[in-house]
Ligand binder design. Structure first.
Ligand code: ADP
Ligand code: MG
Length: 681
């Protein structure tokens, strides 16, 4: 029996060689073949002359009104020219080195030409004759264009896909519930798949794309809801019955009053912990909004309930930093806390592991090592992960398999526009700290040209004389790490000379070992170094309140979110701080970025702009792994559809046992399939 899971080898003309070629595109089954959609189409639609932009590629159809004349020039070059009339406008058409087309061009006959429009000359530079007289070239008005590689030719792929569709289209089942197809007037799946490849009109193709985007987003949102549902209904959730009186007393010991936003998110998190359901929450807050103290409070809450807590961060420096902050915050509380990273000595590590297992330790701070094999907790109740760690399904599973079912709090300082957060972290609840502690002096941001660097350095020396410290971020050269290092070293040497002998300058770069980096960071923290030159974006979260100047060289090379993170390294104390962007942007985007940076310090405003300027792929880029990859849909452009899909998916999961309901059978099967494939995990 025919099946969509059949190998492409079943198609006529697809032998072992073609099978291998298709494999290089990730296509093995018929299903993969016919859902390998083109990324664009040759748009051969007819156009009115008035609406064509200069140099635009278009198709014009008209009547030939002069004989085609061929003239030769240069060495083996020729030009063919004739006039055609489209309605009342006469257009000159020219082909270069295609004199053989002459025989297709006849006075008084209809002709359709694809070419590039020159609006000044009102002429068309011909590329191809699509049809002439009675001779139809069998033009495909909307030829699909696929991503191919060296092994597979465009036309080969088109032919094979056409065969696949011919033979298997009727097998395609529509797993979207009828009610949704009707409600949103979506094309049915068979028609949509076909029109994704071979549309008859552009509007039909748009309808097909719309359907596919909806389907894709709906599938994703259904999976997110499924995960959420599984988390919530799992019978082994963690009920963290913390001691409210002790928690209040602990909050009293803090050297400051919590902001309104901090109180609100603390309540949200505590409510989740107290509930027998699993917590899976994202805490967002701009740099300096006070997330660490929230982490301390809720970890403490877990401890008062007799649980252990773990805080997991991406780098050793950051782990150490958090360890120090927490130790300080817990100095009057009875909490046993330890640090575990890759550079923890073997003996110490053994002790820590033993203490974790017998519950002598309450809280552990560290890198990913915390959830690896060999680390066993006595009674783990809460895991907090910070920055860049998408603590996904797999990690939770890893812990669960070890007998731990902790509540999970995910913290990020990357302000993600709320709408996007819902999508990116679809299965999580979201808490936002949208208020900075009172009394912060806003950071002054200035954009200067490289020629003004000396003035800036003179001014920085004055700040240094007041006892402050300075960060200098080197230009980012993505193509070459060695060039990066060369530039950094040069800048370091220049600055060393400039500030000598009054001030000490240090260098931090990506090629250094973690211990070396740590050493430099320590010296900077202790003010043994007053100026820190760095290539790597200074480890997120580093806290040196005495540093008041952040100088960023070639600032236009960084994205807005990154610039904002860098800027957040200063302004952490009670002194006025400055961010100096040294930059001569070569394009509008760069100029725009510099302007935005000088205009706002609100991380959410910035990230929204960043998203608009770069799109979601770039926005999350390397920073946020685990972002869903969509084949057809675009999270920003198609945001309305994404939101609709989310609402519909939520509504379905709110119905108990929806899987058993009429009309949902195929959808239920689809969900099982997605789950087994681990899609979006
Ligand atoms: P984040 O982790 O969000 O970047 P931190 O927790 O490191 O921010 O807080 C930044 C600084 O603000 C720290 O020095 C912290 O002690 C201080 N802080 C946090 N909350 C408050 C508050 N409510 N009032 C005053 N200062 C605060
Ligand atoms: Mg709970």
């Amino acid at each position: 029996m025919k099946s969509l899971k059949d190998s492409v080898a079943v198609l006529s003309g697809v032998g072992p060689k073609k099978v291998e070629q298709l494999q290089s595109l990730g296509i093995e089954t018929i299903e993969q073949l016919i859902t390998y959609y083109p990324f664009r189409y040759n748009d051969f639609q007819l156009r009115q002359i008035e609406e064509i932009a200069d140099q635009e590629k278009v198709v014009l159809k008209g009547t030939v009104v002069t004989e085609a004349v061929v003239s030769h020039f240069g060495y083996k070059k020729n030009r063919l020219a004739f006039n055609m009339r489209q309605e009342h406008v006469v257009v000159k058409v020219t082909f270069f080195n295609q004199h053989f087309l002459q025989k297709q061009i006849h006075m008084g006959e209809e002709i359709t030409v694809y070419g590039k429009w020159d609006s000044k000359r009102q002429s068309l530079m011909g590329i191809k004759i699509l049809s002439s007289g009675s001779q139809q070239e069998g033009v495909d008005e909307f030829a699909p264009i696929y991503h191919v590689n060296k092994k597979v030719r465009q036309q080969t792929l088109v032919d094979i896909i056409a065969k696949g569709i011919d033979g298997y289209l009727p097998l395609i089942q529509d797993w979207l519930p009828d009610e949704l197809v009707e409600k949103y007037q979506l094309l049915d799946r068979q028609e949509a798949v076909k029109a994704m490849h071979f549309p008859e009109t552009m509007s039909q193709n748009q309808a097909a794309r719309h359907r596919m985007v909806f389907e894709e987003f709906f599938e994703f949102q259904m999976r997110m809801q499924q995960l959420r549902h599984q988390e919530k209904t799992s019978d082994i959730g963690t009920e963290i019955l913390y001691d409210n009186a002790r928690l209040k007393a602990f909050i009293e010991t803090l050297p400051f009053e919590l902001t309104g936003a901090q109180k609100r998110v603390t309540n949200e998190i505590c409510r989740d912990m107290r509930s027998p359901l699993h917590m899976h929450r994202l805490l967002q807050g701009d740099v300096g909004s006070g997330k660490t103290v929230i982490a301390a409070i809720v970890l403490y809450a877990a401890v008062t309930a007799g649980f252990q807590g773990a805080m997991m961060v991406p780098t050793e420096i950051l782990a150490e930093q958090h360890y120090l902050s927490l130790t300080d915050l817990f100095k009057d509380a009875e909490v046993k806390i330890a640090l575990l990273t890759g550079s923890t000595k073997a003996k110490e590590k053994r002790e820590i592991l033993a203490q974790l297992a017998n519950h002598e330790l309450d809280i552990i701070v560290g890198t990913h090592a915390l959830i690896q094999d060999g680390v066993d907790y006595h009674h783990l109740g809460l895991v907090i992960t910070d920055e860049q760690h998408r603590f996904g399904v797999k990690q939770r599973q890893a812990l669960r398999e070890k007998g731990n079912h902790p509540d999970v709090l995910f913290m990020t300082a990357t302000p993600i526009p709320r709408t996007l957060a819902i999508t990116a972290y679809g299965e999580m609840d979201v808490s936002v700290i949208d208020e900075l502690p009172a009394g912060r002096i806003p950071i002054t941001t200035r954009w200067v040209k490289p020629q003004q660097l000396n003035t800036v350095l003179d001014w920085s020396a004055k700040e240094l004389r007041k006892g402050h410290q300075v960060y200098v971020i080197c230009p980012l050269i993505e193509e070459s790490e060695s060039l990066d290092l060369k530039n950094a070293t040069e800048l370091f040497e220049t600055l060393q000379q400039y500030y000598a002998p009054e001030f000490q300058v240090g260098l931090l770069h990506g090629k250094m070992k973690p211990v070396e980096k740590d050493e430099i960071m320590k010296q900077f923290k202790n003010n043994a170094l007053q100026v820190l030159v760095s290539t790597t974006v200074i480890e997120v979260g580093v806290n040196v309140p005495n540093a008041t100047i952040m100088m960023i060289m070639d600032a236009e090379r960084f994205g807005l979110a990154q610039l904002h993170q860098l800027r957040g390294r200063v302004g952490r104390g009670s002194d006025a701080s400055y961010c100096i962007l040294v930059s001569a942007p070569k394009n509008d985007t760069g100029i725009e970025r510099m302007k935005i940076m000088t205009e706002t310090t609100d991380g959410f405003v910035l990230s929204q702009k960043d998203l608009e300027m770069r799109g979601p792929g770039e926005f999350f880029g390397a920073r946020q792994s685990g972002m869903p990859q969509f084949q057809v849909g675009d999270m920003v452009v198609d945001f309305d559809i994404l939101e609709t899909a989310r609402q519909e998916a939520t509504a379905i999961w709110e119905q108990p046992d929806w899987q058993l309901k009429n009309g949902y059978q195929l959808l239920a099967e689809k969900m099982t399939e997605i789950e087994q494939a681990g899609k979006f995990d």
